[in-house]
Each structure stands twice: as structure tokens, then as C-alpha cells.
Design a protein around this ligand. Structure first.
Ligand SMILES: *Cc1c(COP(=O)(O)O)cnc(C)c1O
Length: 377
């Protein structure tokens, strides 16, 4: 069996020809395709504003920056995520505070958010783990009660829904990533969406050095040379040929999610009678986007042995995630105590991600299921 990765893009000839036609045009960056991609994302999600950038990490960074919080503010987030989520807090000189996760969805636990709130808490960044939206109503209630901003890291969850409404319509700011392992890809890329005009008007220049070209009021109507740097922005721009790929991929997103959902249900059907495996649950009132498919191993199974066994069979298993506070940068710069996160620690030791991507064949699926079943026989 050829190696089966845990995730992979699906790029067709029509995607490629969109990219090529931009490469043959005059605008390969900062051109019309950017706005077209942003408009298409707004239309898909049903939100007002979008700023496309060069990665999900950049999107998180400018999202936090746009809130203009006082230096050293506390932002509560989940430790069971990719490091970029909490790194964005540190880039902006704020303090990451982790809350433990729920044992059923592995999403941030609203009860533990409440316990971690202090007078310095200013925002919450929640992650829709694996593509399953968090308990957004409960999180919003907390945000309203304590006057906190909400950022939704929906890098796993584009196209997912909460109470029949697409993710991207709940938090003050929502983040997406278009890395090749995510639902749709632009190579590298990301976006922030919002309904808040004021935040949008900051996000847009933050992507391009904090420069505002609309400077008539400062230099007069004839100063066509003028620009003004209003904020300490970065160069987080995405190119037009990437945006063209994004536009083309977005048209296929619903089909990709459908296929992922179908594959997840096949996993469920075939793995549910294996006694040493527990399968992910899907809550009511949500549509799961199935970015990843994870299983939990029984405590009698050594996850690392099982991992090696699967890898030896050319199956690209993974672990999502090493809790952020376990990384050496966090150990060396903060004093998080693992025992504060009993659920995260337990899940981390038992979880394993199985391959799941739309182009995956049923032969691959069958092989993976049979390989799991043969373990411990
Ligand atoms: C992928 C991912 C990111 C980072 O996105 P990039 O586009 O790789 O920078 C951030 N948060 C989560 C939860 C992710 O899965």
C-alpha cells in the first residue's frame, strides 16, 4: 500500500487554469482577484466583511491586533489546538490563559472559561476542534456577561454550522486557513471575516503595513503620491494567483465537506464494534465539517505503540494536538501546570488522527479499518 497521508488537497485542472490565467495577466498580487475572493467568502458564509491574508496564522495575528487591547491583557483559549492560536496572543504582547476542554467534543469547556476569568480578561479565542462548532451560545453568554471580545479560530470549520447558521457569523472575528490539509487551499493562505465595520477598517490596512491610501484629509485632494501608515502593520498579503485558486476551490467546498462526512460515517460504521476504540461524537444542532477524524484508544492500549504500528503499515496517522503548554517555548516562558488540564492531558495521551481527505478511496478506507482491527489479535 502506498503511504496514505492524514490530509491532502484536491486540485483539478480547472483550478490550475484559473491560477495560470492570473499568472499570465498584469496583476499577480494586490489586484482584483483578492476582492473577488473576499466577496465570494462573504457570500458563502453570509457575512459582511472579509480580509484575505497569506496564512491562518497571519489572520489570527491581525485579528488580535485589531482589538487594540491594552498590553498584557489576558486572552483565554484552548490548549488543545495548533500553536498558532495562542502564539497570536503572544505576538501581540498579551497573556495566553488556557481553559481545559470538554471530554466529549474536545472543544474548550465554557465552565473552565468562567473559572479562568479575571479583571484583566479581555477576549476568548475558541477553536472548533476537528470541524465541530463549540457551544457558541454558552461562550457568547460569558462574553456578554464579562464584556469580552470573541475570536473564533475556525481553521477546522469552514462550512460548519451552528443552529443552521454558518460559522463566521457568531464571534466578533472569525479566522480561516487555506493550508493544503484544510478544506480548501490556496497553498498558504487565510482570512478574517467579521460583521463589524470598525474592526474591518483596521484589519484591512494591518495586512499591508498599516498603510492607508485614503489620505485626502491629511494631504489634500491633489496629493496622489500620499499614503499614511496608521498602524504598525505587516506584509501579510496574499497573491492574486492564490486568490484565484481560492475562488475556484470555494466552489467545491460543499462537495468536499459532503465527501468528508461520508467517509467519517464509513469509519463510524466499521470501527464502532472495535472494543478498544471510541469514536467522535457529533452534537445536536450543529453541522460538522470533519477537518480531521480522531479516535480515542482505550487506556489498555499504548498510543505510541499503536501509532508506530499504523505508520509501519504506511498509514499517515497523526496526533492533534500536543497541548500547547507542553511545548518548550511555553514551558520556558510561562508557568502553566499540566495538572490544571486533566481532560486535555487524558485525551492527549489516548488520541490518534486517522487519514481523512475527500480524494481518499474506499480501498484506502478498507485497508485502514482492517489494519486497526488486526491490532491486538
Ligand atoms: C491550520 C491552523 C492554524 C494556522 O493556519 P496556517 O494557515 O497554517 O497559518 C491555526 N489554528 C488552527 C486550529 C489550525 O488548524
Amino acid at each position: 500500500m502506498d503511504f496514505i497521508p492524514y490530509g491532502s488537497q484536491w486540485i483539478d485542472d480547472d483550478d490550475i487554469s484559473e491560477v495560470v490565467s492570473v499568472l499570465k495577466s498584469n496583476w499577480i498580487t494586490t489586484g482584483p482577484k483578492i476582492k473577488e475572493f473576499e466577496d465570494a467568502l462573504c457570500e458563502y458564509i453570509g457575512c459582511r466583511y472579509c480580509v484575505a491574508v497569506n496564512s491562518g496564522t497571519s489572520a489570527l495575528d491581525i485579528a488580535v491586533q485589531s482589538l487594540d487591547l491594552q498590553e498584557g491583557s489576558e486572552i483565554i483559549t484552548t490548549p488543545f489546538t495548533f500553536v498558532a492560536t495562542s502564539n497570536a496572543i503572544i505576538y501581540n504582547r498579551h497573556k495566553p490563559i488556557f481553559a481545559d476542554i470538554c471530554s466529549d467534543t474536545f472543544n474548550i469547556d465554557p465552565e473552565d472559561i468562567r473559572r479562568k476569568i479575571t479583571k484583566n480578561t479581555k477576549a476568548i479565542i475558541y477553536v472548533d476542534y476537528a470541524g465541530q462548532p463549540c457551544d457558541i451560545r454558552e461562550i457568547k453568554e460569558i462574553a456578554d456577561e464579562f464584556d469580552l471580545y470573541l475570536i473564533e479560530d475556525a481553521c477546522h470549520a469552514i462550512g460548519a454550522e451552528y443552529k443552521q447558521k454558518k460559522v463566521g457569523n457568531f464571534a466578533d472575528l472569525t479566522i480561516f486557513s487555506f493550508h493544503p490539509v484544510k478544506h480548501i487551499t490556496t497553498g498558504e493562505g487565510g482570512a478574517v471575516v467579521t460583521d463589524n465595520k470598525e474592526l474591518y477598517e483596521k484589519l484591512s490596512p494591518l495586512r499591508t503595513h498599516g498603510i492607508d491610501k485614503n489620505t485626502m484629509e491629511r494631504f489634500g485632494p491633489d496629493a496622489s503620491w500620499a499614503y499614511d501608515m496608521k498602524y504598525l502593520g505587516r506584509n501579510y498579503r496574499i497573491t492574486d494567483f492564490q486568490a484565484a485558486l481560492g475562488i475556484s476551490q470555494l466552489k467545491k467546498l460543499d462537495g468536499f465537506i459532503e465527501r468528508r462526512t461520508e467517509l467519517a460515517s464509513i469509519y463510524k460504521e466499521h470501527l464502532s464494534d472495535i472494543d478498544f476504540v471510541s469514536l467522535p461524537i457529533v452534537k445536536n444542532n450543529i453541522k460538522h465539517a470533519f477537518h480531521i477524524y480522531t479516535i480515542l484508544l482505550d487506556k489498555s492500549i499504548n498510543r505510541d505503540e499503536f501509532f508506530k504500528y499504523m505508520k509501519a503499515a504506511s498509514i499517515g496517522v497523526n496526533v492533534h494536538y500536543i497541548p500547547v503548554y507542553r511545548h518548550s517555548y511555553y514551558v520556558n516562558n510561562f508557568d502553566f501546570d499540566r495538572t490544571d488540564f486533566p481532560v486535555t492531558e487524558d485525551i492527549f495521551k489516548r488520541i490518534i488522527t486517522l487519514p481523512l481527505f475527500p480524494r481518499m478511496g474506499l480501498d484506502n478506507m478498507e485497508y485502514i479499518v482492517e489494519t486497526i482491527k488486526a491490532y491486538r489479535k
